[in-house]
Design a protein around this ligand. Sequence first.
Ligand SMILES: [Fe+2]
Length: 466
Amino acid sequence: MTATESDISNLSPQGNRYLEGNFRPVSDEITVTDLEVVGSIPAALAGRYVRTGPNPIEVPDPATHHWFVGDGMVHGVDLHDGAALWYRNRWVRSPEAAAHLGVPEVPRPAEGGMFSGSGNTNVVHHAGSIWAINELSLPYELSTELDTVRQWDFGGSLPAGTTAHPKFDPVTGEMHFMAYNFVEPYLWYHVVDVGGHLVRSESIDVAGPVMVHDMGLTRSQVVAFDLPVVFNLERAMAGIPLPYEWDDDYVPRVGLMPRAGTAADTVWIEVDPCYVFHSLNAYDEDDGTVVIDLVRHPSMFRSVKNGPDEGTPVLERWVIDPAGGKVSTEVLDDHAQEFPRADERLAALPHRYGYSTGASLNDFGGETDDHTFVLKHDVVAGTTEEFDVGAGRVAGEFVFVPADDATSGEDEGWLISYVYDRATDTSDLVILDAHDFGSDPVAVVKLPRRVPAGFHGNWIPDRAVR
Ligand SMILES: [Fe+2]
């Protein structure tokens, strides 16, 4: 059964690659039940996989349109008792989206964030709720059926909102996140406790209005990136939707702030020019150094300003030595890759395995004939395995789901994501066995339509939501 909840087709791609191929937005919201499954969905999977991405309702100027900008749309598949019960896609009901769609606005705090937000970058769960989040804005709470419930500030002051890559401490149950701003203070660090209350805020002193997409968290330290993608007022005044660009004169640094200390205790260390969107995981070593595995881009928004197209992003290990004032770097895997993920039960703790998508970010739109791969990294053995998703098929971010939270070991579980197929112009939900990585997918859920190239998602188990 397919039902169209709304239809607002007014999108006309005019030469912007981020409006073409599978970057193109879809123009309606649908609900499809009783989905076809090839293979066997593990019965232990009880919940829903939800991913978000930009799906602009209107594009004011295709010439300046930036991939990262646009109304958020969440895409979810509900799995229970070995069946795929539904696929749903829904725009996040920001005030702008609600106005376009002609639906009521959701409740929002009077203050918080610099923008009303779009929820277009990540979907996470915390304190019993599902949150669609993006930068410079407050999160939107979603229902288990992907309806927008409200926007929320966790009961505190979030002047710059959040970033879309909070870290979840598996020991304390806290959510830690950064928030950056183009006015001072330029960088915030916040902690929300296990009950969903904002309990800590620090403004961290960086040299300028940098874009800070992610962070690192260890048992003892917070890792902050101060890298040369900087807000440009001229571009902002000219109406460029995302006025950040590379600055050759900006000194790149990484900072360590003791979790037990304050922002004033942050130790900053210079690094070679680069940009980091995503870290895989970070942890403390006994000698006082911090290890962080991350995907390093040679530069960002230097020549290509409307999307990430600046050379090969590779997996690196940085060992940050605050006492010695240096960062040593090592390439762990030189495939072009992005969207690194780990077993989040080991967040802030030493990990052995990581997973990423073998493609440069631009390939996620599916406009090339190149294969994309799912990559499995064993950082202890120093090996990387590839899983080929097939010719003309494009993998998104794969998220690791433990087979059993309490009893399964690292890497014992499944990898889940959407894979777009250019030939059929549809997408599948693909479930791989992480431990038996070379084998065929455990299950493929056939979706009757495509899921546009998006950003991040997570498995939201039933036990994680109220
Ligand atoms: Fe991201």
